[in-house]
Design a protein around this ligand. Structure first.
Ligand code: SAM
Length: 241
């Protein structure tokens, strides 16, 4: 295990196969997220999209027939293999493995007009990685391009957030899938809760960080205020380059 892995147990966690790889709930969550943000992202068949931290490729699965092309990028060899198999015969989806320290972001290609990064950045080892990510995207996105960073985790879940989570799953027709996933997490993936520590192991990214980096890089940052995922306490940030 290298220094980075010791600092960040998530790198090891995401490198193995587990319940999230084949989760019906997580796939529905992506469908809902795409639907609820479609007015902002305005997807079209001319889009060239990067899905950074693609996991099992739900975004590409749902969107590949609606948009020009998608690059699925992830640091996990396990997910990269899964996506490579899944999209082997889909001509407009490419799959690229990247390093966890964001040092080889250039590998994913250039001239993207939209980038999706859903439930990923709080697994980064440190805030410098977030900066490297935002700067790296600036090099590979077209002027005016949009980066949507969704479901940024934190450790501040109140009773109200639990109630909102249940209501969200009922509203979006995924209550039973959520229940099934929670049962599976409890019974067959003890590592997840152990590593998550109620969100204490997530990278803390203060709002002020985004405001500062917005000034430094000359990018526009908008915090999206409506609940877009089951995690009502998580943040969603739209970055316009
Ligand atoms: C919760 S999963 C989300 C997967 C996918 N975005 C989805 O919604 O289905 C987190 C993903 O982020 C990836 N990830 C975490 N840190 C990363 C990094 N530094 N570079 C690339 N991928 C990363 C993990 O390997 C994992 O696939």
């Amino acid at each position: 295990m290298n220094k980075l892995n010791q600092k960040n147990p998530w790198i090891e966690y995401w490198s193995t196969d587990h319940i999230w790889s084949h989760s019906a709930f997580w796939r529905k969550q992506m469908e809902v997220f795409i639907r609820l943000t479609s007015n902002i992202m305005d997807y079209s068949e001319t889009d060239t999209i990067l899905d950074f931290g693609c996991g099992s490729g739900h975004f590409a699965e749902i969107m590949s027939h609606r948009i020009g092309s998608i690059v699925c990028a992830d640091m996990s060899e396990n997910y990269i293999q899964l996506c490579a198999n899944k999209f082997a015969n889909v001509s407009n989806v490419n799959v690229v493995e990247v390093k966890p320290d964001l040092s080889d972001l250039y590998k994913v290609g250039t001239a993207f007009n939209k980038v999706i990064c859903f439930s990923v950045v709080h697994y980064f080892p440190d805030i410098d990685c977030v900066t490297r990510f935002l700067k790296g995207i600036q090099n590979i996105i077209v002027p005016g391009g949009k980066l949507l960073i969704g479901d940024i985790g934190n450790n501040k879940r109140s009773l109200n957030d639990y109630i909102k989570a249940v209501l969200f799953t009922l509203r979006q027709g995924m209550f039973l899938d959520a229940l099934r996933l929670m049962t599976k997490v409890t019974l067959s993936d003890p590592d997840y809760s152990k590593i998550k520590q109620g969100g204490n192991s997530y990278l803390h990214i203060p709002d002020s960080y985004f405001m500062d980096i917005s000034r430094e890089l000359g990018i526009e940052i908008t915090f999206l205020s409506s609940q877009l995922t089951v995690n009502s306490n998580y943040k969603h940030v739209l970055v316009e380059y």
